[in-house]
Design a binder for this molecule. Structure first.
Ligand code: NAD
Ligand code: UDP
Length: 320
C-alpha cells in the first residue's frame, strides 16, 4: 500500500514510518519539522520506499502531485504542552485546517484516514475511568484549549467528512505515550524527569504530585494504531495503558530505575491540569483484541538507557 503519514518525523510518527516501511509499504512522510526532526527518520531517508516531504499541513496540498494514496495517518500536531502552548493559534490551525486539508486528500484518493486524537478531549474529567461515551470537561478559555478544542474539532471534522462525503475514518484517542526517541527538551513528564535525574538535578513537579496518568510504551501504541487502522471501527477508540500512577510515584519509580537519589522541587500546579486520567480500554480490547504489554519499569528502563546514551554523546561532542 501507499501510506501518507503527516507528522511522521515526530516521536510516534517516526516509529510508525519505520514499521510500515518494514512491512513492505511505500511511506510518504509529510512534516513541517515543528517539533519533529529528520534525525528521527534518518535511517529511512535512503530507503527506496520512503519519501520525506517538508510541508506544513495548514498549507494547501497539491492533490494531483501524489500517486494514489491508500491510507493517511494524521499525527501532525505538537503533543507536548510546552510546544502546543507556544503558538496557540498555530496549534488550532494545525488541528483544524491541517486536518481538513488531509481529509480532502483522503476524499480525493478514496483513502482510509486515521486521526490521532487524544485523552485531552476528556479535559479535566469528571468520569473515571474515561470511556469513549464520556463527552468531557474542557475549558474553552484556558491555556490547554488550543490543543483540546483543536483535537475535538478535528474529530468533528473527521466525523463530518465521514457522514457527508463517505470518507472511511478511524479516530484513535491516545493516552500518554513515552519511549526512546523523545526529544530531551520535549517537555513531557517522563523525558523531563529522566533528563533531570540524569543531570543530578531535582525533578520539577507541578502541583502536589497526586495527579495521575497512565503511561503507554511507544511500541505498544504502534500496535494499537496499526490494529485500529486495519479494523472496521469508525467511532473513537481509546488507546493507551490503564496502569494508573501518580506523578510523585512516577518520579520515585524513575529514580529507582536510574538508581539516582530523588529530590523534588514543588512548583505551582498548571492551570487546568487534569487531576486524574485512566482510559476505559474495554472497547479497544473488544474490537482490536489489543492491550499494552510493556511494564512501566521495563519501558522506563529502555527510555532511560536511550537518554543516557544521547546525553553522553552530546557531552562528548561538546568536549571535542
Ligand atoms: P511530536 O510533537 O513528537 O510529533 C508531532 C509531529 O507533527 C512533529 O514531527 C511535528 O513537526 C509535526 N507537525 C506539527 N505541526 C505540523 C504542521 N502544521 N504541519 C506538518 N507537521 C506538523 O508528538 P507525538 O508525541 O509524536 O504525537 C503524535 C500525535 O499523537 C500528535 O497528533 C499528538 O497530538 C497525538 N498524541 C500523542 C500523545 C503522546 O503522549 N505522545 C498523546 C495523545 C495524543
Ligand atoms: N509534570 C510535572 N513536571 C514536568 C512535566 C509535567 O510535574 O516537568 C506533570 C504535569 O503537571 C502533569 C503530568 O506531569 O500533571 C503529566 O504531564 P505531561 O505534560 O507529560 O502530560 P499531560 O499533562 O499532557 O498528560
Amino acid at each position: 500500500m501507499r501510506i501518507l503519514i503527516a507528522g511522521g518525523a515526530g516521536f510516534i510518527g517516526a516509529y510508525l514510518c519505520e514499521r510500515l516501511v518494514l512491512q513492505g509499504h511505500t511511506v510518504i512522510c509529510v512534516d513541517s519539522l515543528y517539533t519533529g526532526t529528520t534525525e528521527n527518520i534518518a535511517q529511512l531517508i535512503p530507503h527506496p520506499r520512503f519519501t520525506f516531504i517538508k510541508h506544513d499541513v495548514v498549507n494547501h496540498f497539491d492533490r494531483d502531485k501524489f500517486d494514489k494514496i491508500d491510507q493517511i495517518y494524521n499525527l501532525a500536531c505538537p503533543a507536548s504542552l510546552v510546544h502546543y502552548q507556544k503558538d496557540p493559534v498555530k496549534t488550532i490551525e494545525t488541528n483544524v485546517i491541517g486536518t481538513k486539508n488531509l481529509l480532502e486528500l483522503a476524499l480525493h484518493h478514496q483513502a482510509r484516514f486515521l486521526l490521532t486524537s487524544t485523552s485531552e478531549v476528556y479535559g479535566d474529567p469528571e468520569q473515571h475511568p474515561q470511556s469513549e461515551e464520556y463527552w468531557g470537561n474542557v475549558n474553552t478559555m484556558g491555556p490547554r484549549a488550543c490543543y483540546d478544542e483543536g483535537k475535538r474539532c478535528a474529530e468533528a471534522l473527521a466525523y463530518a467528512y465521514h457522514i457527508y462525503h463517505g470518507v472511511d475514518i478511524r479516530v484513535a484517542r491516545l493516552f500518554n505515550t513515552y519511549g526512546p526517541g523523545m526529544q530531551k527538551d520535549d517537555g513531557r513528564v517522563v523525558s523531563n524527569f529522566i533528563v533531570q535525574l540524569l543531570s543530578n538535578a531535582p525533578v520539577k513537579l507541578y502541583g502536589d504530585g497526586r495527579q495521575t496518568r497512565c503511561f503507554c510504551y511507544v511500541d505498544d501504541m504502534i500496535e494499537g494504531l496499526l490494529g485500529l487502522m486495519s479494523s472496521h471501527c469508525t467511532t473513537p477508540v481509546n488507546l493507551g495503558s490503564d496502569n494508573e500512577i501518580s506523578v510523585v510515584e512516577l518520579a520515585q519509580l524513575i529514580s529507582d530505575v536510574l538508581n539516582k537519589e530523588l529530590a523534588i522541587t514543588y512548583l505551582p500546579a498548571l492551570i487546568d491540569d487534569p487531576k486524574e486520567r485512566r482510559p476505559d480500554l474495554s472497547k479497544c480490547q473488544r474490537i482490536l483484541g489489543w492491550e499494552a504489554k510493556t511494564s512501566l519499569r521495563v519501558g522506563l528502563a529502555n527510555t532511560a538507557a536511550y537518554f543516557k546514551a544521547k546525553l553522553e554523546t552530546q557531552e562528548l561532542l561538546s568536549v571535542v
